[in-house]
Design a protein around this ligand. Structure first.
Ligand SMILES: C[S@@+](CC[C@H](N)C(=O)[O-])C[C@H]1O[C@@H](n2cnc3c(N)ncnc32)[C@H](O)[C@@H]1O
Length: 296
């Protein structure tokens, strides 16, 4: 089992605290926050800040942990923006489905990227689905519930992300606030093992719909497998798959290899690698296999 450790918190040494508008923070962090805000106002990103005019990284020796973390985090998120922009730049239709969507950063990337690429007029029917527990950690299936409870006792994965229970309303409010294609966004709450059901698949197919982009960001290889089983016969012949742990999780990559072989053998669709995101994620393009062409 693999877990992506990106962005993991580091232990901190106690420092003198100051209180700003009721919030206790140390002076160094306050300085860093102020610098970030000013840089943001003048359009300078955390990465730009450390790039020398000759396009090499300056020394980061004097930067605080928070400043270093801001650069890392900015870089990782920026890479995922490029994934959404790449897919929307050559869009072939179908729905967007994101598996693992809490905080909706990448989901909202996609809404904006779709808008930027002037796709709403050409593809007025595209829907945007986000699948996640969104804080609902119970399952109607007793057996699955017991398994997930054991999983969470061992890893703390879901409980740590959602310490305050149901988080769906906050996510719905984010979609409203983003203000793009609100009526076409569907947040599907629950464990994949419940929501990615045969019934949902049959109903979706009966509507004649297909997936144009499956964006998978669910950290654990076994959940990747659940997603691959669901999307296998729903992927449009021309479409995209992104896996946020492709280069980090040998298990997710292995399941994808098997998925890819079956897609070629059973559906005549091949998967071409397009690009990485930060050396952790991988974007692939699906297209029908061409036959009858011979190079002589
Ligand atoms: C890294 S976060 C997603 C971040 C999101 N893509 C973004 O960038 O804003 C991974 C999410 O996957 C969800 N997830 C993982 N396994 C799941 C499962 N089996 N069922 C439902 N949600 C799952 C978790 O709840 C978590 O919120």
């Amino acid at each position: 089992m693999d877990v992506a450790e990106r962005g993991a918190c580091r232990p901190r040494i106690a420092e003198p605290m100051v209180r700003i508008q009721g919030e206790a923070i140390n002076a160094k962090d306050f300085g860093a926050r102020l610098a970030n805000r000013l840089n943001h106002l003048i359009g300078l990103t955390p990465v730009d800040r450390v790039v020398h005019p000759h396009a090499v990284l300056q020394s980061t020796a004097g930067l605080s942990d928070n400043q270093l973390r801001a650069i890392r985090s900015y870089f990782q998120h920026r890479e995922k923006i490029d994934v959404s922009l790449s897919a929307t730049t050559s869009w072939y239709g179908g729905d967007y489905m994101e598996f693992g969507a809490c905080d909706l950063h990448t989901f909202r990337n996609m809404l904006s990227a779709f808008h930027i690429a002037a796709l709403p007029e050409r593809f007025p029917d595209t829907r945007f689905y986000a699948f996640d527990v969104f804080g609902k950690l119970d399952s109607p299936n007793a057996e699955w519930q017991a398994e997930m409870s054991r999983f969470d006792e061992r890893t703390g994965y879901f409980k740590n992300q959602f310490p305050n229970g149901d988080d769906l309303p906050r996510h719905q409010a984010m979609i409203e606030q983003h203000g793009l294609f609100v009526d076409r966004c569907h947040l599907v709450q629950g464990f994949f093992e419940d929501t990615l059901s045969d019934e949902r698949k049959a109903a979706y197919r009966a509507e004649g719909r297909e997936i144009g982009f499956a964006f998978i960001d669910c950290n654990f290889e076994e959940f990747y497998l659940t997603v691959f089983k669901f999307i296998f016969d729903l992927m449009a012949p021309n479409s995209y798959i992104y896996m946020d742990e492709y280069f980090q999780s040998s298990g997710a990559a292995h399941y994808f290899d098997q998925f890819r072989d079956r897609l070629r053998d059973e559906r005549g669709i091949e998967c071409m690698y397009i690009r990485s995101a930060g050396g952790f994620g991988g974007l692939f393009r699906l297209r029908p296999v061409r036959t009858g062409l011979n190079f002589r």
